[in-house]
Design a protein. Structure first.
Length: 456
């Protein structure tokens, strides 16, 4: 048998790969018949003017994938693959390969002037050169002790918490931490109540672990604990300091009512402190965790909004009564965040930069908040009503529009506006709108684009 491939010796693709692909194609298209013998390595080397190593490498790959068989002292033979249909298998033309990029929304992310890169760079160098960091060893499954100490102090000081470092678990995102929590509580609980509307990505985690979901509708007065009492749920996932997406704040009497429910029902409250630090009118509302006297609250926090989304460091504070179970299972989970990033963040907090950073972003985002709400009022008059805008990094609006929901979604994507539809009532659409990533000088331009999304 003679094989006569056309090889491109100037190509970046190795010659043995070109030869391997040629022979494989000849086999799958039926041009090389089953049981026929290939030229020996020496013969092919001489005929094709290729090194024996090149021929041997191509043949070896074909043997490994089952296209040819190496019979000792006899040679290489085509395998019988006639029962398999290769006729319709064609390589995709190169011009059809597309690389899709994630949409960079105009209003997503954080303000570029809010984060001091020079401080982070200095602390990064400090972390990797500090022998205490021990960058040559792996991370603690629970999170580095230095960072857990700083997080504990931060929550106690800034959020009115009552926690110690051994209660803190560090991980890359709330969903990852919820997976750990479910591993702790799954033998005792199987039903969770969630806010409607609420943070769907948390709900999805519980669904993935086969929890039964009970939706509790959030009304004008906030979260109705009375409805929770009627349900069979013993776990509730809630964001009391800044409800997502409605932006409401749970008053202290409702907080005490919720804590009372947890105590009397031997239940568990999962407090997601979403945007709880960013409030423009008065001081941040103290956390449920700090009010809890019966060890019933799991507290979730994140640095994605306050620092950088790309940092991907979140944390969970476990009630002390659940710690023995966590200690038993914690080595099942590999730490999902960089040890170096954890140590940089710990230094950042320890040196007082976090407090200064929070003051800075409140100034920046308060300006954006005021500018956006003013632009919306001036541009749309009574066509858009602002329902909530006094805290966090998003506002909630109701727009009078006859435009179809699907078309609004498509146009929002086209104009790169991240818009979360909450509900539709006849010609009135309620939606939340993040504003942290909008350039302050471009807010009017952004508002004009929003008008195209909603009305054109």
């Amino acid at each position: 048998m003679i094989i006569s491939p056309i090889l491109d010796r100037k190509s970046n693709k190795p010659l043995y790969i070109q030869l391997y692909e040629y022979i494989k194609t000849e086999i799958t298209t039926g041009l090389l018949k089953p049981h026929s013998k290939l030229p020996s390595i020496r013969e092919a080397s001489s005929t094709l003017n290729l090194s024996k190593t090149t021929i041997e490498s191509a043949y070896s790959q074909l043997v490994a994938e089952g296209y040819i068989d190496n019979v000792p002292k006899k040679g290489f033979f085509i395998c019988d693959l006639s029962e398999y249909n290769f006729d319709n298998i064609e390589p995709s033309p190169k011009h059809t390969v597309q690389h899709y990029k994630e949409i960079q929304y105009l209003n997503e992310g954080v303000d570029r002037d809010s984060f001091d890169i020079s401080i982070w760079r200095r602390l990064y160098n400090k972390a990797i050169t500090d022998p205490e960091t021990n960058i040559y060893n792996s991370c603690s499954p629970q999170g580095e002790e230095f960072l857990r100490e700083e997080i504990s102090n931060f929550v106690n000081t800034m959020r009115g918490g009552k926690t110690v470092p051994r209660q803190v678990v560090v991980g890359a995102g709330v969903q990852y931490l919820l997976g750990i929590l479910i591993g702790i509580i799954k033998n005792k609980y199987d039903t969770v109540a969630v806010e409607k509307p609420g943070f769907n990505k948390a709900k999805f985690v519980f669904e993935d672990y086969n929890f039964k979901i009970r939706h509790i509708a959030v009304n004008d007065s906030g979260f109705p604990v009375s409805e929770l009492r009627k349900s069979d749920a013993k776990v509730v996932y809630i964001s009391p300091s800044h409800q997502y997406p409605l932006g409401t704040i749970m008053p202290v009497n409702k907080r005490m009512e919720l804590l009372d429910w947890a105590y009397k029902n031997k239940g568990l409250i999962i407090e997601d402190d979403y945007d709880g630090m960013i409030r423009y009118g008065g001081m941040p509302i103290p956390s449920l965790q700090g009010l809890d006297k019966n060890d019933c609250v799991v507290y979730l926090g994140s640095f994605s909004k306050t620092l950088l989304p790309s940092l991907r460091i979140s944390y969970m504070i476990i009630p002390k009564k659940l710690l023995p179970i966590y200690v038993e299972i914690k080595n099942r989970y590999t730490q999902s965040t960089s040890k170096i990033d954890q140590m940089v963040l710990a230094h950042f907090m320890n040196e007082g930069h976090m407090v200064k950073h929070l003051r800075r972003i409140k100034r920046i985002y308060k300006k954006k908040n005021s500018s956006l709400t003013e632009c919306l009022k001036n541009t749309f008059k009574d066509k858009i009503e602002i329902n909530s805008s006094d805290s966090g990094l998003h506002i909630v609006c109701s727009a009078k529009t006859n435009k179809d929901n699907q078309q609004i979604k498509e146009d929002a994507k086209k104009f790169r506006i991240l818009l979360n539809m909450i509900h539709r009532n006849d010609s009135k659409l309620m939606f939340s709108l993040n504003y942290s990533g909008i350039n302050l000088e471009r807010i009017q331009d952004f508002t004009n684009l929003l008008g195209k999304v909603l009305y054109e």
